[in-house]
Write a protein that binds this ligand. Structure first.
Ligand code: GDD
Ligand code: MN
Length: 374
């Protein structure tokens, strides 16, 4: 389905809220009340609702929102348990809406809510499907960014523009508004991993009409940013996945990356066990394999499947399943490589085919049975 067909099949809402503002939160207790006050002032004359999507913040953000919601029917809270991730939270909040238009903005007061009416104005004309708030055109700014964050943002912007050919001036922005019918259409194509929800949406349909609206990125006064190196890595995953036209999932890139680290850990352990300890090769290799299985499992649990992280005793059963899958993967690897080698005698083609096959197997089975992503 393309954008035009989606719009033809889904009439806009005639009653209820016209605009749903989706607000992802993680440890934002000190910001939510002020945010609702500012939305109330900025959206005067518009029928709106606010959907907070909180990943069970330990500071009690969800309770703070529910307290506001008890007195203000326009405010709702979706509390997600056992899951983490900005993009996934935004997607879930957006899916819960039946309004005509959806906005996504940060809940830490860094996004200027006074931009919202101007964005809505553009959508109401019916000539655009998505309005991205941007810091990088005249009238916008990102002065509150630290120098290093600004460099990272510029680099990521350049990469996205070069590799994905996006025309967005600020593809890293997490502040935008769009038609709900168009979102419902692209939702199944989106990745819940990482921060880059706007970039993901904007590049998910070719005929989407996009406009921009400048704003100034504000200071954070309460709480702290959740941006870290992992978020940066997740961005590279999304970029590669988009660049391959969806053939390679962002998650798979992490899985393969963890696998490569596992090989290094295996070799280092083998070396230590044989040289430093020293043990016989067979025993040393068994220890090396066990250590790399454990490290692969832990890295996948905290990186690749961060949003589905297993905890407490689920980690033990998960690890046992992971080892079982890995064992079958290794048998397939050896079997395929041996068969190919017997036919063609090119050792590296046979070896590579076996290895690729087993990585794909391990990934598919781990996603299906251990972390259950589908
Ligand atoms: N539910 C949920 N789960 N919310 C989250 C999570 C999460 O795992 N991580 C962050 N958030 C919420 C925060 O509570 C905040 O409301 C919003 O998402 C933005 O998070 P920040 O941690 O404040 O991000 P930032 O200010 O460093 O980055 C912002 O600017 C970037 C521009 O380069 C965000 O808007 C990014 O999306 C944007 O790319
Ligand atoms: Mn922020």
């Amino acid at each position: 389905m393309n954008v035009a067909e989606a719009k033809a099949s889904m009439p806009l809402a005639a009653s209820g809220a016209e605009l749903t503002v989706v607000l992802p939160t993680y440890k934002e207790r000190g910001n939510v009340a002020e945010l609702v006050r500012r939305l109330d002032a900025a959206l005067e004359g518009i029928v709106w609702e606010a959907v907070f999507v909180d990943d069970n913040s330990p500071d009690g953000t969800a309770d703070a929102v529910k307290e506001i919601a008890a007195a203000d029917p326009r405010v709702r809270c979706i509390r997600r348990i056992g899951r983490r991730g900005l993009a996934g939270a935004c997607i879930e909040g957006m899916l819960s809406s039946s309004a005509s238009y959806l906005a996504v903005m940060d809940a830490d007061l860094q996004h200027d809510e006074k931009t919202l009416p101007r964005m809505l104005e553009k959508l109401r004309t019916g000539t655009v499907d998505l309005v991205a708030a941007t810091r990088y055109v005249d009238g916008g700014s990102a002065e509150s960014f630290s120098e290093s964050r600004e460099k990272i943002s510029k680099l990521a912007t350049g990469l996205a523009q070069r590799f994905l050919g996006t025309s967005l001036s600020d593809p890293m922005s997490g502040f935008f508004m769009m038609r709900r019918d168009v979102f419902d259409m692209v939702a199944p194509r989106l990745s819940p991993v990482g921060f880059k929800i706007l970039l993901d949406i904007a590049t998910s349909a070719e005929d989407m009409r996009i406009a921009e609206e400048p704003y100034s990125f504000g200071e954070r006064t309460a709480g702290a940013s959740k941006f870290n190196a992992q978020v940066g890595l997740e961005f590279l995953g999304l970029l590669l996945s988009k660049f391959s036209r969806g053939l390679v999932e962002p998650r798979f890139i992490f899985f393969a990356f963890v696998g490569a680290i596992g090989i290094a850990i295996n070799l280092i352990t083998l070396n230590l066990a044989m040289v430093v300890w020293p043990l016989a090769f067979g025993l040393a290799k068994s220890i090396a394999t066990f250590v790399s299985m454990v490290s692969n499992f832990l890295l996948n649990n905290s990186l690749t499947y961060r949003d589905k992280r297993l905890k407490s005793w689920h980690m033990l059963t998960g690890f046992l399943g992971f080892c079982a899958i890995g064992t079958i993967g290794a048998v397939t690897d050896i079997g395929l490589a041996t068969t190919l080698y017997a036919r063609h005698e090119v050792w590296w083609v046979a070896g590579l085919a076996g290895a690729v096959m087993s990585v794909l197997w391990n990934y598919a089975m781990s996603s299906m049975f251990i972390w259950r992503t589908r």
